[in-house]
Ligand binder design. Structure first.
Ligand code: SF4
Ligand code: SF4
Length: 375
């Protein structure tokens, strides 16, 4: 495994980290999805045995099951070999005391005395002002650090460059988690923001390397721009690992085969690994991709549940497949939605929770029109 400096923390971190948002799952007779504990434990332990030392979770993943699973997977000496990162759900904080209560609950779920890397989850200008500043949560982070419950303070991020720059100016963060890939380097924190964080010694964790899977199976015209000496997945990871600012790139594997593949790619990686011609290749791929009309949905599901029962990310996925894979595939996917876009009441409850500010209700109207026309 390759290791990199994690900003000013003094910690050496594996260039590949494991996320717990897309673990293997099981479905019971009532359709309830749960984490498959055995398979997930096998993946986590295999990752650690291969040298991965950074594991990312969150209070909200699988309704808390991800943290519980991680706690038990790290028994038998595995805890000592890794750094645990997890997140404070800002949308559930209604008072300063909620911060302490939730942190204590996470320590219990994870069965640990301390969390190595603790983040505000999905920070944006709304929860920065209404939650972090209103409830003085930066002081709470400092207190938690002093008491030894957490070691390093950070945030995961979904907003624009200006907000990112404001956050960096106001607090001395140890690390941050941002989305970065060759399609979206100009979005959210942006490449420029990443460089700014790096210049301040802030460790950088990259999520969405595959742009929610879009880069694993890119549209044909985008795939055609990628040289065939590497897989689409390896190109996407190499784009990120090439950057000296990046400490660790997360992978959300849900099977051992993908884990093994990503470990091989990580072991081959190093900073400055791309040639100018390869950089130009990514630019062409992005230019082509930007001409494809897609809803900017990363399937995070923060907008769920919809009071009308619409599976919002799944509807958007079907719509995006129209441009990526064509009518047949899109219709097949759309038909798996029992409740279609036309059931949207326009209440906009969902829109407040969307980190990408997708105008969900407007999109639903448009999607309903498009699918009724092509059926
Ligand atoms: S606006 Fe539509 S999709 Fe969003 S929560 Fe309301 S009914 Fe559901
Ligand atoms: S619409 Fe927004 S909140 Fe909902 S899944 Fe997509 S990105 Fe996430």
């Amino acid at each position: 495994m390759q290791y990199r400096n994690f900003g000013k923390t003094g910690i050496s971190i594996s260039s590949l980290g494991i996320g717990t948002k897309r673990l293997p799952t099981t479905i019971d007779g009532n359709g309830r999805i749960s984490v498959d504990k055995d398979k997930s434990t096998e993946i986590i332990r295999k990752a650690i045995d291969s040298g991965i030392n950074y594991i990312d979770s969150a209070y909200s993943y699988y309704d808390g099951e991800a943290e519980k699973m991680l706690g038990s997977a790290l028994m038998n000496g595995y805890r000592e070999k890794v750094y645990i990162a997890t997140k404070c759900p800002l949308w559930l904080i209604k008072s300063p005391e909620d911060f302490d209560r939730i942190l204590d609950e996470q320590l219990e779920r994870l069965q640990v005395d301390y969390i190595d890397f603790y983040m505000f989850h999905s920070m944006n200008s709304i929860n920065w002002n209404d939650v972090v500043l209103t409830y003085r949560l930066l002081d709470k982070m400092d207190e938690a650090k002093k008491s030894g419950k957490i070691r390093f303070v950070g945030f995961s991020y979904h907003d624009n460059y200006d907000m990112f720059e404001t956050a960096l100016r106001i607090y001395d963060w140890d690390f941050c988690q941002i989305q970065m890939n060759y399609l979206n380097y100009d979005k959210e924190a942006t490449f420029e923001g990443m460089q700014l964080a790096y210049s301040k010694g802030i460790g950088i964790v990259v999520m969405e390397v595959l742009a929610e899977g879009k880069l694993a199976n890119p549209p044909v015209n985008v795939a055609n721009t990628l040289w065939d000496m590497k897989s689409a997945v390896e190109w996407a990871y190499d784009y990120v690992w090439d950057k000296v600012a990046v400490s660790v790139a997360l992978t959300g594997v849900n099977n051992l085969e993908h884990l093994q593949e990503n470990i091989i790619y990580a072991n081959r990686s190093y900073t400055g690994m791309l040639f100018p011609k390869e950089e130009a290749m990514f630019l062409t791929a992005k230019e082509i991709y930007d001409t494809i009309p897609l809803v900017n949905c990363n399937k995070c599901s923060y907008c769920m549940p919809c009071p009308r029962g619409i599976n919002i990310p799944r509807v958007f996925d079907a719509y995006n497949q129209l441009a990526i894979k064509g009518k047949e595939e899109a219709l097949k996917l759309y038909s798996t939605n029992k409740i279609k876009a036309n059931q949207c009441s326009g209440c906009k409850t969902c829109e407040k929770a969307c980190p990408n500010r997708v105008k969900i209700s407007e999109q639903m109207k448009q999607i309903d029109k498009i699918f009724s026309e092509i059926v």
